[in-house]
Ligand binder design. Sequence first.
Ligand SMILES: [Zn+2]
Length: 126
Amino acid sequence: MPRARGRRALSAGSSAQLSWTCVDCSTVATFAAPQEGQAPGGWVDGPRGWICLNCRREEVIAAVPITRDAEGRAARRRALTEFELIRDPEATDGQIAKRANTAPRIVRPIRAELREDGRLPGVSGS
Ligand SMILES: [Zn+2]
């Protein structure tokens, strides 16, 4: 039985959660027919409650020291790329690039580095 700290909608005879509320931005996600233990894409059940994907991305960017130069922008882009790769290792370089607002050629070496560090599952396919 999954633990659910988010708001639980009333549903007779079903333990599946139907709506989630982000503790940071109060965004509500709902599922018409959720499966057991399923959560909205990218949401995580954190120590304070459910956090939506947007807020997780903002946290990742906020964790990078703010500098006004190109180096700072590159560091934030890289942090976001790492976050997206770890969140969804099966996604292609192109998909990750789109989500992190960068280019596939930026994604590729970062993915290789994460694999070498053991932060991503081993090579599947290519
Ligand atoms: Zn949120």
